[in-house]
Design a binder for this molecule. Structure first.
Ligand code: ATP
Ligand code: MG
Length: 395
């Protein structure tokens, strides 16, 4: 309100726009607030001390209020009518910093429900694209010609799914029709942008619904090709069950405001490919070397599409590594495993595996109990273990 008022006072037009208007109309709490204005970025900066200009593709002003950032963008023209836009050979827009009118700004947005403008000076909604009607009908509808708009920016395919999952809306028929055919366009999107989008999809409390839609529209295979391969081939759908149960847990944790790490997500998505890759290693290799080789290979392949930061792949490897350690409980081994910094994530992963019968429930239960009892009882639990068979150096 402060930003909108100050812009108005200085004689500029300004509106709340995008997800915040959509979510407020649906009585949901907006994640962030975007403002559209006829003031140019430099003019916005002059009005606010707590303001920074950012962005290469779009020049935007960020106004800071503590940890909240209000994004202030100048009206931009519709990409369909402006010919000065720079495109790369795949037709993807690289720069479209062409200022326009409010109406042009509305038509260049992605979905009708994202193109509603709220005018605080008279409490009205400006609606050029029939977004209000679609909001009432619970429909995600692309503005303009869907195929063309996906070609301009393939991430819009993921956004369609993300909003449908988040709002429990239906993707309108013409908007949904090209998705499967154009799925491969995602391979031309920079891997860092796909990483950001994947986190938004799977860490906003509607991951399971989004996963179902991504598969329904053949988009998942372009993001996680190795996972998709095992999903389509696994016996009795165990990979699907495993991932669905992981995503349901993630949703539950997020909706309870519990912390989640994307490393867990990637560890789970790549787990079955890791195991398949290990089976293909030279059987004479020491187990740990075979594991390291496989982990490297699986992660390298995934990095071609999604730029997962190193700190996350490192944690994913630790979660995987712990899965081997859980079987080795004799002597001081169980105690060392318990004090591993990733024990909790590794243990959660073990429980997930038990749900699809990949490890015995007794093993999971043993670790559940081992954590909860005192040291004396832990010693007793280890002493009560069946004598280990003689192990070879490789193990
Ligand atoms: P949320 O913030 O809840 O994820 P949002 O709709 O606010 O959803 P943002 O990514 O914050 O999404 O973008 C703000 C607005 O900018 C959108 O509502 C839409 O109008 C416009 N927009 C964002 N990305 C695109 C895009 N790739 N193509 C066209 N318009 C876009
Ligand atoms: Mg937003």
């Amino acid at each position: 309100m402060k930003v909108l008022r100050r812009l108005a006072k200085a004689g500029y037009e300004s509106f709340l726009v995008g997800g915040s208007v959509r979510d407020l109309l649906l009585r949901k709490a907006p994640k962030d607030f975007d403002i559209a204005t006829d003031a140019h970025p430099e003019e916005v900066r002059k009005l606010f001390r707590n303001c920074r200009l950012i962005g290469r593709r779009f020049r935007l002003a960020h106004v800071f209020f503590g940890r909240q950032i209000i994004e202030v963008a100048t009206f931009r023209a519709n990409t369909e009518i402006v010919k000065t836009i720079t495109k790369n050979p795949h037709g993807i827009i690289l720069r479209d910093n062409v200022y326009g009118t409010l109406e042009e700004d509305a038509w260049r947005r992605d979905f009708t429900v994202n193109a509603l403008y709220y005018n605080i000076t008279n409490f009205s909604i400006v609606d050029y694209t029939s977004g209000m009607a679609d909001l009432e009908k619970k429909i995600i509808r692309m503005i303009g010609e869907p195929e063309k708009r996906y070609q301009e920016d393939p991430v819009r395919m993921l956004r369609a799914v993300r909003f449908a999952a988040k709002l429990n809306f239906t993707i309108e028929e013409k908007t949904a029709a090209p998705l499967s055919k154009l799925s491969g366009l995602l391979l031309h999107v920079p891997s860092a942008r796909l990483f950001d989008e994947v986190i938004k999809i799977f860490h906003s409390g509607n991951a399971l619904a989004a996963f179902t839609l991504l598969n329904q529209y053949d988009l998942f295979k372009s993001l996680f090709p190795q996972t998709a391969y095992h999903l389509s081939r696994s016996q009795n759908n165990v990979v699907k069950k495993f991932l669905e149960s992981m995503l349901l847990n993630t949703d539950t944790r997020i909706n309870q405001d519990k912390p989640v790490t994307p490393a867990f997500l990637f560890a789970a998505f790549l787990w079955h490919d890791l195991q398949a890759t290990e089976k293909k290693q030279n059987p004479e290799l020491p187990k740990m070397i075979a594991f390291e080789n496989s982990a490297n290979q699986v992660i390298q392949t995934q990095l071609k599409t999604i730029a997962i930061p190193k700190r996350l792949t490192k944690t994913a490897r630790e979660i995987w590594f712990l899965q081997y350690r859980f079987h080795k409980r004799a002597g001081s081994r169980a105690f060392r495993t318990l004090s591993h910094p990733r024990f909790r994530a590794g243990y959660d992963f073990l429980l997930l595996r038990a749900t699809i019968g990949e490890v015995k429930q007794e093993l999971a239960d043993w670790w559940t109990r081992f954590q909860s009892v005192g040291n004396e009882e832990r010693e007793a639990m280890v002493a009560a273990l069946p004598q280990p068979k003689t192990t070879t150096q490789n193990e």
